[in-house]
Design a protein around this ligand. Structure first.
Ligand code: GLN
Length: 533
């Protein structure tokens, strides 16, 4: 029998449910079970692809080209698995498919309703996802009490009846705020959210309390009492030095064993040695390297979460601690930020991915500075495209060269749409998305990093470097070092006689970086920064 673990959230959004779900997944897979995780997002967007990263954080891209919620990134990194677009369910997807079935006549004669039609659609998707695993963790996004999440909670409630008590488990993650004046942990919000959950018909089996400091005995007692649970079913999820420590903290409190016993599975000692080793290296690496992060969503760092994590993985691997210095491209553009000052003492830089016009000239200015001052640089996606624009303008002298994304009428479209992208009339899900092969040329920096002729990375872009300008760019020292099977540019790099380490990728290597298997371009960047020092 497949086991389902549902996690819900209370009091506030962003209490870290995703990390809790991922941590529990690790504790279960470390006991030898095959575990997968699915994120439910109750909004009406079909996927996260059309959402502003400012509002929603990063769009995480799966191998199969899903544009998903950033929690899938946590699941992949903690569980070391590859998920699919089906592992991110939204209200939009559910309604879209129910309405399409209705139009086809599948429900002929029936009144189509939230119960049973919407709930059946939700349950059948979860059952499909659980097919090849022992345990499916289902994270229900949002906060209990939201109108939007009701059909999903109702589907979960029904699954307890249909799948059986021993095959379903409800974990509620909620915040216990602390008053600055008294330092007291307040439990009333948690109590209320548990009541709200019960009103919906769900009695949580386990409560995980988010708080600044470890949960006090008195607070635990109160929460257990009001939730009708033994105190041993209340766990403390307090602020830690790194998110990767949370599985260890929860394991110390006995979460892993409690969950497997409650699900009537065999318990065993979890194999966490490599993970513990990784956390130690992450925390105790003391040699700092300063990395400038140049982008335009710098006020919401979640917009670049996989890149930040990829730097951490590479850092732990090398014994380096990347210190991130965020530079807002619009501030550079408007002259509010002086590049000489901002980049003095910097060891390396990442020109971050992005879309649209805002901040572009600021990024190009920064790229010029990084190139001229020989600062080790990694350009990702838009970062590569703007590297090409900068070289075209400032080395080759093509005045006004640009990407047609920003200037559709440029006389030098060095980055442009492919013909098949020109006729697209729907923006949702139509970029070049997901995993695809890259042929890496020998005797290049790229080859030194990947050590392979053929590699795979995930993509999310619409525009491409324009092959008509390759000769000119290569003569200027910016060489192609990787292409895709259609001969489109995947990787470009400056000749090492011009710059010690400057490489740009059309793909997003950050999405495949794992704690125990860091991504080669990120390792390369950090190695280059450390050498420079
Ligand atoms: N805006 C660029 C494109 O669509 C780059 C996208 C990105 O950085 N992810 O091609």
């Amino acid at each position: 029998m497949v086991k389902y673990v549902f996690t819900t959230g209370g009091v506030l959004s962003s209490v870290g449910k995703g990390i809790v779900a991922a941590s529990l997944g690790l504790l279960l897979s470390a006991r030898g079970y095959s575990v997968s995780a699915v994120k439910i997002d109750p909004y009406i967007n079909v996927d996260a692809g059309t959402m502003n990263p400012y509002a929603h954080g990063e769009v995480f891209v799966t191998d199969d080209g899903g544009e998903t919620d950033l929690d899938l990134g946590h699941y992949e990194r903690f569980l070391n698995i590859n998920l699919t677009k089906k592992h991110n369910i939204t209200t939009g997807q559910i309604y879209l498919s129910v309405i399409m079935k209705e139009r086809r006549g599948d429900y002929l004669g029936q009144t189509v309703q939230v119960i049973p039609h919407i709930t059946e659609e939700i349950k059948s998707r979860l059952r499909e996802l659980s097919r090849d695993v022992d345990i499916l963790i289902v994270e229900i996004g949002g906060t209990v009490g939201d109108i939007e999440s009701l059909p999903f909670l109702e589907a979960a409630r029904q699954m307890r009846l249909e799948e059986g008590y021993e095959n379903t488990l409800f974990i509620h993650v909620a915040l216990a705020p602390e008053l600055t004046v008294t330092g007291e942990q307040k439990t009333k919000p948690v109590q209320h959210s548990v009541q709200e959950l019960r009103r919906i018909g769900i009695q949580p089996d386990i409560i995980i309390v988010r708080s600044r400091r470890p949960l006090e005995a008195e607070a635990r007692r109160k929460i257990a009492l009001h939730s009708t649970l033994p105190e041993s079913h209340v766990f403390s999820d307090y602020d830690v030095d790194t998110i990767y420590r949370l599985p260890l903290i929860l394991e110390d409190q006995g979460l892993g064993s409690l969950v497997v016993k409650r699900l009537e599975l065999r318990d065993s000692k979890p194999r966490l040695e490599e993970w513990i080793d990784f956390v130690d290296r992450l925390v105790y690496s003391s040699r700092t390297v300063k990395i400038a992060m140049i982008g335009k969503y710098t006020k919401l760092r979640d917009s670049y979460i996989s890149i930040i994590e990829a730097l951490r993985h590479a850092g732990a691997h090398l014994g380096l601690k990347p210190e991130l210095i965020w530079l807002e491209a619009t501030d550079i553009e408007e002259g509010k930020l002086n590049l000489e000052d901002a980049l003095s003492g910097i060891d390396g830089a990442i020109v971050l991915p992005g879309f649209g016009k805002r901040g572009v000239e600021g990024k190009i200015k920064a790229i010029r500075f990084l190139r001229e001052n020989k600062i080790p640089t990694l350009g990702i996606c838009f970062g590569l495209q703007l590297t090409v624009v900068e070289a075209a303008r400032n080395i080759i002298g093509l005045e006004g060269a640009h990407t047609t994304e920003v200037d559709p009428n440029t006389s030098h479209p060095v980055v442009d749409l492919l013909p098949e992208q020109k006729n697209i009339d729907k923006l949702g899900g139509t970029m070049r998305l997901g995993l695809s092969p890259i042929v890496v040329y020998r005797e290049t920096l790229a080859y030194k990093l990947y050590k392979a002729d053929l590699v795979y990375e995930r993509h999310r872009h619409r525009y491409e470097v324009n092959n008509k300008y390759i000769d000119m760019l290569e003569k200027a020292g910016l060489k192609v070092s990787g292409v895709n099977p259609d001969n489109l540019v995947e990787i470009m790099e400056y000749d090492t006689r011009i710059h010690p380490f400057y490489i740009g990728l059309q793909s997003h290597p950050e999405f495949r970086s794992r704690p125990l298997k860091p991504s080669p371009p990120f390792i390369g960047l950090l190695v280059a920064t450390a050498k420079i020092k």
